[in-house]
Design a binder for this molecule. Structure first.
Ligand code: ASP
Length: 581
């Protein structure tokens, strides 16, 4: 029996045609003289009508794979929930192709099976429309990017998976070499150096759907292996790269969620993002900007205000009645757990500020606070202090997102895309004089900022940029260093000895000596982009075979111990085993 049609392609136009279909039994209802079967294939569902006098359906069970032939007829009672709801197939022939065991969980859309069970039986879970949907969106995103890249002269190149460590700030996955005992490949954290080398090679525009591997603690938006849409371009300014990439994002949002992204995208400096939203990936779908209260706070006689360099706050509209003593205590302990000393609350009640600390405000200061911040009846002003601006802002930024969730401030079905630019080149390593790159060590200083490198590296800004969508860092990139001497200077600043530089990056430094073009690029996180467009906050939903939170694949049970012989071939001895010996 050859298939003539896909289920969901059939409609009233096909009335009275004889068709042959293939599919899984999604539902079966035996009503005595007739049986209804919902037949599912990749395109969708169609109802089959079987006369039990003609065909015996007793042996047919859920998820049997069957082939049927029958006549397309109009349904007496149309089903508005199905694309094919106007028609049904009056079956004249039915063959079972594959039977199915009783399922370990019900495939209803609302199945209550645990996530691990669903991942163990991912092949069954993916039969559910809801589970398959993110993968289809992922496929569409990839298609749009590929077409765009092709149209704009990018060349797709695959770079090695067995390679050397690429410094992106995470732990490497290592693969032991059999041929060279004691030596290891690293799985790439990104194809960063290879793509730069491709620019040295003169390709001018490269892209790749690159698998990247980072051995980090897992979170809801992290997996040990993930995919980047990775690209690099020669002879482009930062603005030119951003403009081009905005275009592809516009297409993606247009085609996938029918959303018109307005170009050009807003660009926010890192400094402004932190100061205004308390985050370098701000969700600006809602306001609640951080308020600088330093000046006004220093006009009060409140000791903690006077003792601290920075005083900032956030306004929570219409929250005065909700903010009980207990609630405030919860918020204070949240702030303390994030290393702030305290949190102070003021409420506007009867057009006046209320709160324990008001006794330290004179009338003029209190009135100007209301006027300057445009505070309304029932508003709450939460105030925090610190001598470290970054810490203060990030705690308030976290409270900002906490309230956005609690008070449902995020408008549904909106997308907010922006670039964050002008990141610092380096960050201080906690409490030491050491510095570490904010992006990666191949990032170029912002034009004019090379002068800070030698003496005040923390002051130097870079030409790195991130694309932020709905509060997620959906990608990032930079212009790169293309001069060998500048690259070596950065390695020096990062305290990499000349010997280490030679050992780890000698090959790369050498490549930079052969007519390297100015270049830059970025990588989008395909998983995160898909999460945003599929409207899920669980990365496992957008990956065909994801690992669970313990980095285990529940389908295959990887990772697993290996045979002693394999270890031997790799000249490896397990510590635990060794200790037992
Ligand atoms: N390799 C960088 C990353 O993984 C992206 C880039 O700079 O192109 O974040």
């Amino acid at each position: 029996m050859r298939r003539t049609n896909k289920n969901a392609k059939l409609g009233l136009k096909d009335l009275n045609k004889t068709v042959s279909l293939l599919g899984w039994v999604q539902n079966i209802r035996n009503l005595g003289s007739i049986t209804f079967i919902d037949l599912r294939d990749i395109s969708g569902i169609i109802q089959l009508l079987v006369d039990n006098e003609v065909i015996d359906t007793k042996s047919i069970k859920f998820e049997y794979l069957i082939a049927v032939t029958g006549l397309v007829q109009e349904k007496a009672v149309p089903n508005p929930n199905l694309v094919t709801g106007m028609i049904e197939i009056k079956v004249s022939k039915l063959n079972v192709i594959s039977t199915s065991q009783v399922l370990p969980f019900n495939l209803n859309e609302s199945t209550s099976a645990s996530e691990d069970t669903k991942l163990k039986y991912r092949y069954l879970d993916l039969r559910r429309k809801e589970s398959l949907r993110p993968l289809l969106i992922r496929h569409q995103i990839s298609r749009i990017f590929r077409e765009f890249f092709d149209h704009h002269g990018f060349i797709e190149v695959e770079t090695p998976i067995l390679t050397l460590s690429t410094p992106e700030g995470a732990r490497d996955y290592l693969v032991p070499s059999r041929g060279q005992p004691g030596s290891f490949y690293a799985l790439p954290q990104s194809p960063q150096l290879f793509k730069q080398i491709l620019m040295v090679a003169g390709l001018e525009r490269y892209y790749q759907f690159a698998r990247c591997f980072r051995d980090e603690d897992l979170r809801s938006d992290r997996q040990p292996d993930f995919t980047q849409i990775d690209l690099e371009m020669s002879f482009m300014s930062q603005q030119e790269i951003l403009k081009l990439m905005e275009k592809v994002l516009k297409k993606v949002f247009q085609q996938i969620v029918n959303y018109e992204v307005k170009l050009p995208l807003r660009q926010l400096t890192y400094h402004d993002a932190i100061d205004t939203y308390g985050s370098d990936k701000p969700d600006t779908r809602y306001e609640m900007k951080l308020q600088d209260l330093t000046k006004i706070g220093h006009q009060t006689s409140f000791e903690p205000f006077l003792k601290h360099k920075f005083i900032k706050g956030i306004i929570i509209n219409n929250y005065a009645t909700t903010l009980s003593r207990k609630k405030l205590d919860e918020l204070v302990s949240m702030a303390k757990s994030m290393k702030l000393e305290n949190l102070y609350a003021l409420k506007v009640v009867n057009q006046k500020l209320e709160g324990g600390i008001m006794k330290y405000f004179d009338d003029i200061t209190a009135t100007s606070l209301i006027i300057d911040l445009n505070l309304k009846e029932q508003d709450v002003l939460l105030i925090a202090v610190s001598n470290v601006n970054h810490l203060l802002c990030s705690v308030l930024g976290n409270l900002r997102s906490f309230f956005a969730k609690e008070l449902n401030l995020i408008p549904p079905h909106t997308y907010d895309l922006l670039w964050v630019v002008d990141f610092p080149m380096f960050e201080a390593v906690n409490g030491t004089s050491e510095i570490t790159p904010s992006h990666h060590p191949f990032t170029r200083p912002k034009a004019g900022h090379e002068k800070y490198l030698a003496k005040k590296p923390l002051k130097a800004l870079s030409s790195a940029f991130d694309i932020v969508i709905n509060g997620y860092e959906a990608g990032g990139g930079s212009l790169r260093i293309y001069e060998e001497s500048l690259q070596a200077q950065i390695f020096d600043l990062l305290k990499l000895s000349k010997a280490e530089q030679e050992n780890r990056f000698g090959w790369f430094l050498e490549a930079l000596k052969y007519g390297t073009p100015p270049h830059g690029g970025m990588a989008f996180g395909l998983d995160r982009l898909t999460m945003i467009l599929a409207n899920t906050n669980n990365i496992r939903d957008v990956i065909a075979f994801p690992k669970n939170v313990s980095a285990v694949c529940p389908l295959t049970n990887a990772p697993k111990p290996v045979a002693a012989k394999q270890l031997e071939e790799l000249s490896l001895v397990l510590k635990e085993k060794n200790e037992k010996n």
